[in-house]
Design a protein around this ligand. Structure first.
Ligand SMILES: Nc1nc2c(c(=O)[nH]1)N[C@H]1C(S)=C(S)[C@@H](COP(=O)(O)O)O[C@H]1N2
Ligand SMILES: [Mo]
Length: 371
């Protein structure tokens, strides 16, 4: 991989005025987002859930596929899909969001998958809990990190690798962490990790390892590429930065009215308009959603649906009534969670555009009733 070594480990930031290039377009067509009107569904239909795959969707034959549990364990395990499916079933309705969501609107633009705001979905993942399997393998008392490796392979910023992510033992042992083989009651689709993926509620997408083949227990911190180099909150090149972990609070508005084909500008009739959308946080329950209909000068509280005790890791609905007056308007929405964390109205920049929660802005044109 010597030809690529000059760029080793460095994330590129676009030059001033540099538009989105064909390489970013290629990523954007492979990795599609949730059309924001699909915020209407409590459970996202599989074809509308966002997809992010760093390399290729690997060819995995479920009949010969096995999952290996290895490393610092007393009893290494190798399981087939049938072995896993004989275990106690568990499901979870879980909000997933890519840590790069919103990246394309940052200035200067981190060059990578150019998400606007659509890298989210809330699906019903079915499988079995991870913790009992780890307990059966008898983890070392000195275990620190658990590494989850997928069947996919590629090169990222000059480094050839299998996609692998390490996770602290305590997070892996949470009862809601799942090994999932179904999505919304159907077998896991290829793009979402068939035959088996990890689902760690509350964490950004990079932790949700797809096409899982190997679980390795380490007695020291994992230093693989996707933990040590990617998914860091750094502003200077070469700065190590804090690791990306749990999903920060965010609210999104389902854009009201109807769109223009090219600009996606919205049009709607004057009068009372029911604004609606979703809000979530992977750290603590969302406590407040606020809406501005005047470009951020004033904010009003939206009505937030209560936490559904059956689905604490799903997104929640919010609504807000707006009396729209003819003319242009700009709609903004922001969420706050129980840690007190909220969304910035001015961008908080980092080199990889990770975990940024800059508020959504939806420009609309209101026409007089009867036009
Ligand atoms: N094996 C593997 N797992 C992976 C990835 C990957 O490229 N390879 N991408 C991760 C990232 S960055 C995200 S955001 C989520 C996306 O999950 P989804 O495509 O099911 O929505 O998968 C994660 N799991
Ligand atoms: Mo992601």
């Amino acid at each position: 991989m010597t030809a690529m070594d000059t760029a080793r480990g460095r994330a590129r930031v676009a030059e001033p005025g540099e538009g989105i290039g064909l390489d970013e377009l290629a990523l954007a067509t492979r990795n599609h987002g949730l059309p924001l009107e699909a915020l209407r569904y409590d459970v996202t239909p599989p074809g509308l859930h966002y997809v992010l795959t760093h390399f290729d969707i690997p060819a995995v034959d479920p009949a010969s596929w096995t999952l290996e549990v290895t490393g610092a364990v007393e009893r290494p395990l190798r399981l087939t899909l049938a072995d896993l499916q004989r275990r106690a079933p568990a499901t979870g309705r879980v909000l997933l969001e890519c840590a790069g969501n919103g990246r394309a609107r940052l200035e200067p633009r981190p060059v990578s998958q150019p998400w606007l705001l659509e890298a989210v979905g809330s699906a019903e993942w079915g499988g079995t809990a991870l913790a009992p399997l780890l307990q059966e393998a008898r983890l070392s008392a000195d275990a620190v990190d658990i590494v989850f490796t997928g069947a996919d392979h590629g090169v990222e910023r000059g480094v050839e690798q299998d996609y692998a992510r390490g996770m602290p033992v305590a997070e892996a042992l949470r009862p809601e962490t799942l090994l999932a083989w179904s999505m919304n009651g159907s077998p896991l689709p290829p793009q979402h990790g068939a035959p088996l993926r990890l689902v760690v509620p509350g964490w950004y997408g990079m932790a949700q390892v797809k096409w899982l083949t190997r679980i390795e227990v380490l007695e020291e911190p994992f230093t693989g590429y996707q933990n040590a180099t990617a998914y860091r909150l750094a502003t200077e090149p070469g700065e190590p930065g804090e690791p990306v972990s749990r999903i920060r609070p965010r609210a999104l508005l389902s854009p009201p009215g109807f769109p223009d084909f090219m600009t996606r500008e919205r049009f709607l009739a004057a009068g009372p308009v029911q604004l609606s959308g979703r809000a979530w946080s992977g750290r603590a329950p969302v406590t407040r959603v606020e809406v501005s209909t005047d470009g951020g000068r004033t904010w009003a509280d939206a009505v937030l649906s209560p936490v559904d005790p059956a689905h604490p890791w799903a997104w929640r609905a919010w609504t807000c009534t707006w009396t729209a007056e003819p003319g242009p308007a700009e709609l903004l929405v922001r969420a706050t969670d129980a840690t007190g964390g909220t969304q910035p109205v001015e961008q908080e920049w980092n080199r990889q555009g990770m975990a940024n929660t800059l508020v959504q802005r939806v420009p609309v044109t209101v026409f007089p009733p009867g036009d």
